[in-house]
Design a protein. Sequence first.
Length: 367
Amino acid sequence: MKATVLRKVAAVLAFLLFTVALLGAVDFLLVDDVHAYSRVMLQELYAQAGQIDTLFLGSSHCYRSVDPATVDARLGTHSFNAGSSQQLPDGSFALLQEAASQNDLKTVYLEMFYTGYNQNASRDVPMACYLITDYMRWNSPYRYRYLWEMGGLAACADLVMPARHGIAAPGDWLSLWKAKLTDGYALGNYAYVSYPEDGEAYRGNGFVYTEGIPKDGFATLLDVNPDQPLSDFGWEYLTRIADFCEEQGIRLVLFTAPLPSAYVSNTDNYQAYVEALQRFAAQRHTVYWDFSLYRERKALDLGMGDYSDAHHLNGTGAEKFTAVLCDVIARDAAGEDTSALFCDSVQEKLTDYPDNTIFMADAMLNS
């Protein structure tokens, strides 16, 4: 009887080991985790544990807009840009908790590009989650909580079967295997996350430098609902982020990287989104800076040549913006009322201080 039980246990263990080995082989052979900005970003985040005091969070509008090297040189901080593609508010919350568990954070700057805060649920954009959880520490509780809240058991299954959501093209397999067996995961090696043909290059600490200019106009991705400028999902996680920062003694600053004036003009009711965040910031005794409404055009001299597409800054624009962001941060730290640096309304910005993309706005083109 005892021998029979032992044989059954041994068979189960053998099956489990075989399954783990098989899944590991499939992962190695088919899944491309070498050419991923978020993999390199999280690798660097963990490598700098205990050093980071300033954290930037958000979607591609964060990691394409803020260069931590410039921030640190200007402000004497040790900052890190933990932005990721399509990062939603729950992803920002998970990364905030992960970073705070390893660093004594002083300030968090949360980039508030409005589309992410108007999603109805994280499960509507599952890849936004996987781009983060695939590369988080295996023993991070925030990894599993994020996956569970996003998609339950089905999402957790992707931890052991990443091939479900990311298989490399067969023509790339040989080069992928070579990279995995050599220097593909080497800390500080950006060769696999630089794409000269596409005008993109990872520059370190989460920042991606982008080249190019808009080619397809400035059509909006989404109009704002004036009766609900943020979705329930957006409000829920913004509140959870603010609560967490308050509990941990971290200052939370909300900001939106500059959008082209033509894009803002083409987005109905954008003012409602601005006002909603201004009210929230006031209630939380902090600030909201929307650099799409920045008043001083000479200081932030952006135009057609500073954007890579309808709503993302290119590298030139990012360096201009980061310099101005540092100036606003310094003035805020000195006790200055920075609200005077921004227009009171979208209408004021578009009428008195627009950038040169305004001539590409739908209203101008149709007049």
